[in-house]
Design a binder for this molecule. Structure first.
Ligand code: PTJ
Length: 265
């Protein structure tokens, strides 16, 4: 879909948000930010989101609140950014980092110097001041060469890492070195979601602003209050609720959509 086609699409179109999201990924690929595999990941995410009813489940909202509490409690929180996240939610990454005083680090599955630089530049264009990832002077043990590369004073030093749309191996490797992982992934069965201290089964385009909203709301709360929110969150319950919504969903929220949807349903 071209810019012109998107600008002509009315916001009332039943697939407006989905098409806009897809368009951002397309643009990301054109700009050299998002990988071709990122297109496939987006398609998979869309399918799960469709089955969830493209809404934030109450348990995903609880997870977003627990993630915000973790980020406030952290000694050194880092938001990890890959090619899909950079294309979809660059301004939300910057906003969340500001509220919880987190570092932003570009960390890629398909790492090339060109893509690293393009993503750093893209985040700066969206307001980020200091973006980590280019130094690449540390390694996460247990992974093959390029996927293991992180900054020593970024993810290497972090105690809490927000890793949206992560691949399962790296999620497991980060958890194995004792980092608290907050994962955003629409697939409740993915290894990343199952490894996370806090799995947020929601679309990144809804989840990031939601975490930021909770983080603003929790600003200034005592450590005891924040810890109580963290302790009260149960990852298994959130995963079960998401899986059950996906498997048992009725798609009622879509029943009212017009039949004529431009072939997009
Ligand atoms: O930019 P790179 O090189 O770091 O590569 C990024 C991708 C995403 C291509 C890479 O990490 C990858 O291949 O990931 P996977 O293994 O395809 O996993 C991506 C997960 O994210 C899948 O479980 C998808 O369902 C999920 N997902 C896709 N789009 C979204 C999503 N989750 C939340 N929001 C989305 N918009």
């Amino acid at each position: 879909m071209s810019d012109a086609e998107l600008s002509e699409l009315p916001e009332s179109h039943p697939r407006y948000l989905s098409l806009r999201t897809r368009h951002r990924i397309e643009e990301g690929v054109e700009k050299g930010i998002t990988s071709k595999q990122g297109l496939i990941a987006e398609g998979r995410g869309e399918a799960f989101d469709y089955l969830l009813g493209e809404r934030t489940l109450p348990t995903a909202d609880d997870a977003a609140r627990a993630a915000a509490a973790h980020l406030h409690l952290a000694r050194h929180p880092v938001i990890s950014v890959n090619g899909n996240v950079a294309a979809l939610v660059p301004e939300d990454v910057v906003a969340l980092a500001e509220v919880v005083d987190a570092d932003i680090e570009v960390n890629l599955f398909n790492r090339t110097d060109e893509r690293m630089r393009a993503i750093v530049e893209h985040l700066r264009e969206h307001g980020a001041e200091d973006v980590k990832g280019l130094a690449g002077d540390a390694r996460i043990p247990g992974l093959d060469h390029k996927r293991a590369v992180v900054d020593a004073d970024g993810i290497g030093d972090a105690d809490v890492v927000l890793v949206p749309l992560e691949d399962g191996d790296r999620a497991e490797a980060l958890a194995a070195v004792g980092k608290t992982e907050l994962v955003v992934d629409l697939n409740p069965l993915s290894r990343s979601a199952r490894t996370a201290a806090v799995p947020i089964v929601d679309n990144i385009v809804r989840a990031l602003p939601n975490i930021t909203g909770h983080a603003r709301d929790l600003s200034g709360r005592s450590r005891e209050e924040l810890q109580a929110i963290v302790d009260g969150f149960e990852p298994a319950t959130a995963l079960e609720a998401a899986e059950s919504a996906i498997r048992g969903g009725t798609l009622d929220s879509r029943a009212e959509a017009p039949a004529e949807t431009n072939g997009e349903r």
